[in-house]
Design a protein around this ligand. Structure first.
Ligand code: ATP
Ligand code: ATP
Ligand code: MG
Ligand code: MG
Lengths: 259, 259
């Protein structure tokens, strides 16, 4: 059955859709049978990014899961669950399904997390973003406890273990990293390394802050579609960005180290 | 009655909470009677940023508005509306109330927008962020129509005009601007200038990408609290950041030009 790769982080703008699009396109370009589900249908960043894509390029089929408008919450949640599982079922013969989730707590967000084989969480190099992952002591920078998002992930991990005994391979990747070394960057790196052991995720190579990750949105292109053969010029930043995407995909495809 | 300053953008991570905190603290430090309402209580970036604050520093009283857990959507919406208006009423003698909203469509988000005297929308220099404000032609970069978020703002503007004849002063500010001039930055600037006339907002000076806007979060400090008198050293970036916050506050306090 397909390997489900969920891009999740309750923190808005951490880079879920950006990472999801580049991984989905990267897998398609590598000849994998991959589909994409957009669980943030209203904003639709993933759907709209891929909708603009030239038909001749390798492109994952993409389905948006609409939020239910039913007036009673329990009914709406159930309708969404059925739609999500139906969409997953449609791609039963695929190797991978990439799921992009909204930057807020919602029924669809939680359902996706519970179904993840691999959960990829991008995070900005920021104490503001970190605050959703863990509570940090202002003076010692020690981890004083988990926070909302890690608690939600743990709850979905439990739910998954109870339902089919499977584990969720949780990967955290830094996104929009500054290109200048500085105290903030080092502090965040140290905290994430400690957090990985404590919360149970592994760190994957992340993305630097690069305009190429966002300037091709309107054309439905990613930097992976560019290259000397396509007539686009390659800058050092493009080459670096390409390596970042490949390193992330390699990390996702690698089995997690034994616990 | 207090002037309500709402920080809104359905796009996650555009900088609402960051701008809200710096404007709220800036107004408090300028001696204004200002309170802050956090409508993103689950994530709580605004509340948690200000909660860490030293009591001796000028600090706006801050109230978080909880989301309703009532099982029927219409009842939950009504409970949230009552809680929001009660909180606004509590600060009836204040000069300003700053409202931070979630990066997603929700009842509280829409209620806040309808009550705004000034709506401040931060946006990243990104076609991905722009996509929620307007649909853009990939080749000509012409504006082909409004998008979800601008439609929501217009709907709340209509609602407000019908209820008390008031208008909403809508300000858009670029956030996390790169420090290198480049084609993407120029293109976005041109589109925003055209969009301002077409959609009916004015552009305010924005914030550059600066670590100082996020590295003081754990200590509850903002760059406005630093200075030679406080013993902290001031870098060029701090001075520039300080000017950016003051320019934004000046723009917010300025009456919009007659339409
Ligand atoms: N590595 C990067 N370099 C440059 N810009 C980036 C990078 N990653 C993301 N961005 C930009 O940052 C913003 C947020 O990214 P994105 O929309 O992917 O985040 P998200 O987590 O999906 O947000 P949401 O919570 O709204 O779904 C967008 O404007 C995007 O173009
Ligand atoms: N001007 C800036 N310079 C550097 N970092 C910034 C700047 N503005 C925001 N950030 C960082 O970008 C991230 C998103 O900012 P913020 O949380 O304020 O956005 P938001 O719109 O409130 O997000 P959400 O939709 O989740 O509520 C945070 O990690 C924040 O610290
Ligand atoms: Mg997204
Ligand atoms: Mg926020």
């Amino acid at each position: 059955r397909p390997r489900l790769i969920v891009f999740g982080n309750e923190k808005g703008g951490s880079g879920k859709s950006t990472a999801a699009v580049h991984v989905a396109v990267g897998l398609a370009r590598a000849g994998k049978r991959v589909a994409a589900l957009d669980l943030d249908a209203r904003q639709g960043s993933l759907s709209r990014y891929l909708a603009g894509r030239d038909q001749s390029l390798p492109t994952p089929p993409t389905v948006a899961i609409q939020r239910s408008a039913l007036p009673v919450v329990a009914d709406a949640d159930e309708e969404e669950r059925r739609q999500l599982d139906a969409a997953i079922g449609r791609f039963g013969s695929y190797e991978f399904i990439v799921l992009d989730t909204p930057g807020s707590d919602s029924n669809l967000t939680r359902l996706a997390h519970a179904r993840a084989d691999v959960l990829v969480t991008p995070i900005n190099d920021s104490f503001v973003d970190l605050d959703l992952l863990a509570r940090i002591d202002p003076d010692t920078h020690n981890i004083t406890g988990p926070s909302l998002y890690s608690e939600m992930v743990w709850e979905q991990r439990k739910r998954r273990a109870l339902s089919d005994g499977q584990t969720i391979d949780w990967i955290v990747m830094r996104n929009r990293m500054g290109h200048v070394e500085g105290r903030n960057k080092r502090v965040i790196a140290d905290i994430l390394a400690a957090l990985a052991k404590r919360i149970g995720f592994r760190l994957a190579p992340g993305f630097g802050e690069r305009v190429i990750f966002r300037e091709l949105f309107l054309k439905g292109l990613t930097l992976l579609d560019l290259g000397s053969d396509t007539g686009h010029s390659m800058t050092l930043s493009h080459v670096a960005a390409r390596q970042e995407v490949r390193a992330l995909i390699d990390a996702i495809l690698a089995a997690p180290p034994p616990r």
